[in-house]
Design a protein around this ligand. Sequence first.
Ligand SMILES: C[S@@+](CC[C@H](N)C(=O)[O-])C[C@H]1O[C@@H](n2cnc3c(N)ncnc32)[C@H](O)[C@@H]1O
Length: 270
Amino acid sequence: MNNSSDPGEYWQNRLAANYSLDGTGFQTLGKQYNRWMYRIRNVIVKRVIQRMESDLNGKEVFDIGSGTGFYIDMWIELGASGVRGSDITDVAVMNLRQKYPSNQFFKLDIGQDELPDQLTARKFDIISAFDVLFHITDDVRYQNAISNVNHLLRKDGIFVFSENFLHHDALRSPHQVSRQLVLIERILQENGFKILERIPMFVIMNAPVDTNNRILQSTWKLIKSTAKKGKFASNVTGCILYPLELILTSIAKEGPSTELMICKKLQECS
Ligand SMILES: C[S@@+](CC[C@H](N)C(=O)[O-])C[C@H]1O[C@@H](n2cnc3c(N)ncnc32)[C@H](O)[C@@H]1O
């Protein structure tokens, strides 16, 4: 199913108007709340990466949908030897090239049929795509994206990405599709991946799209309406929820919102 307009144009306009962590994040909740959300992401992603790959020295990383470069900073900080990024928009690629002159950035729509010539012969040890794949609204392009990731990874390479992994039917909106966990698992398996782990990225600090739990839904409504009340409220809401979220994400096995999945490439796909 395809309910997309032009994803490149949508993101180009959005990031050209607001090239910041709330431009790439949950726009209506304000800069301050978004900073707290990104702090959580930073802790969770690092936690899982360091468990998988304790030493990133010698590892070549490719980040998809790099946006403002939040995860480029993270990979550099974690000590990866080569960090490259990409984005569907000119505005992100141009800014990223200026901000990180020693790193390479590609203009890339990961959902396109075939990889561009500059990338066909490239192989990486780790590929990341944080909060990117659920913005591919066309189902064929979603499958292309997973197949392209397979082509870009070395055998035994790691693919780490975030998604909403729904236990119920997909939720479709003009610029986001949260797909079913079983469908994503099937596409990954058909494309030669073994799923190693899936963990919650958020429990209460992000929209609980994968639950019918009334308490979680009402809590989220309250959080959203409070964070929207201005800079101070946005900051205080994030600041209060941050330590609680750290505890909840370390305990919960299943999350009601965005989760992180780590896969290993077992085989090359045709
Ligand atoms: C929600 S933002 C996330 C940015 C960054 N990964 C982060 O977490 O801060 C989504 C990013 O993916 C990019 N994007 C959207 N669709 C894409 C596609 N099909 N291929 C590559 N990048 C895409 C957007 O331009 C945007 O920078």
